[in-house]
Design a protein around this ligand. Structure first.
Ligand code: BTN
Length: 317
């Protein structure tokens, strides 16, 4: 496997946002300037935007607040682990691969994902150091049947955490998106391992746009939003802590306990929406969710519940 040690070291030097000359960097690394150019190329492949000015050298267009284990530990003291992976294919895949070693609440975060997954087999745009890519493992004693409720609770909890930290009016969109100003801010991908009738091994993946610039239009093809500058280490600690606390509450009390929170945060409640189910389009007015996590739609004065894996919700205004 290719070693990423030197490109990562280069990012640490450039993270301050200042210019660093090619000579200075070459001497820090004990290599030629051509060698530095090779690492710069790797940084660009990871989606990092750099300025390069003759006579001044290189700088990051946006300074980076890199993940730092001791800072996260300062904000979050718990016996579960938060592992930092600078470069990974997918944080969800990483957790799925090590389920036998994990305890509920164990998390990992990455600076960059090369094969990040979204829902419905889509990709998730994951440039280095600008967003949040977070996964948590949870052993769900009630089994796979409870996973729908769990994924809605994750949306509520992450929304509340982001609202508290940023003061912005973040909302949920059924089933698993977070919205800001009617644009997608974050996505949740819950992946399961385990047999029916047994406990479910759940990996909860969360991607939040923080300072994303120029996303690949082949991957990001809907309106999107950034949360903006935020203390990323504090964000990780807060999400890890509140997710743990609330997943325990969910296991004891079920989804019913969270319905009021959902309805309060629902981006589309009482608004006209359309549901896309395969080739069918169903129109109605969104009326929140029921105890099973189904979307409630009012059509001709009647409330109908919709649930399932292949339903997409869109505004119909
Ligand atoms: C969506 O399609 O809206 C869900 C996106 C989920 C992305 C996150 S980023 C961290 C975790 N690792 C992955 O590969 N995907 C999820």
């Amino acid at each position: 496997m290719r070693s990423y040690q030197n490109p990562l070291k280069l990012i640490e030097i450039l993270a301050d946002g200042n210019f660093h000359s090619g000579e200075e960097l070459a001497s820090d690394f004990g290599i030629t300037r051509a060698g530095i150019n090779k690492y710069i190329k790797v940084l660009r492949e990871w989606g990092i935007e750099l300025s390069s000015i003759q006579g001044k050298g290189y700088s990051l267009k946006i300074p980076m607040d890199l993940f730092n284990k001791s800072k996260i530990d300062q904000y979050y003291q718990a016996d579960s682990r938060v592992e930092i992976l600078p470069i990974i294919d997918s944080t969800n895949q990483y957790m799925l691969d090590k389920i036998p070693e994990l305890k509920s609440g164990d998390c990992c975060i990455a600076e960059f994902q090369s094969k990040a997954r979204g829902r419905r087999g889509r990709q998730w745009f994951s440039p280095f150091g600008t967003n949040l890519y977070f996964s948590m493992y949870w052993r769900l004693e009630q089994g796979i049947a409870a996973a729908m409720g769990l994924s809605l609770v994750v949306g509520i909890v992450v929304t509340q955490a982001l609202r508290e930290l940023s003061g912005q009016d973040i909302k949920v969109k059924w089933p698993n998106d977070l919205y800001l100003n009617d644009q997608k801010l974050a996505g949740i991908l819950v992946e399961l391992a385990g047999k029916t009738g047994d406990c479910a091994h759940v990996v909860i993946g969360i991607g939040v746009n923080l300072n994303m610039t120029n996303p690949d239009p082949n991957i990001v093809n809907q309106k999107w939003a950034n949360l903006g500058n935020i203390n990323r280490n504090l964000l990780v600690a807060k999400i890890a802590k509140t997710l743990r606390e609330n997943l325990e509450k969910f296991e004891k009390n079920g989804l019913a306990f969270f319905i009021d929170d959902w309805n309060h945060l629902d981006n589309f409640i009482h608004r006209p929406v359309k549901l896309l189910i395969g080739d069918d389009v169903i129109r109605g007015v969104a009326k929140g969710i029921n105890d099973q996590g189904a979307l409630l739609l009012e059509q001709n004065g009647k409330i109908q519940a919709y649930i399932g894996g292949e339903i997409s919700l869109r505004s119909d205004e």
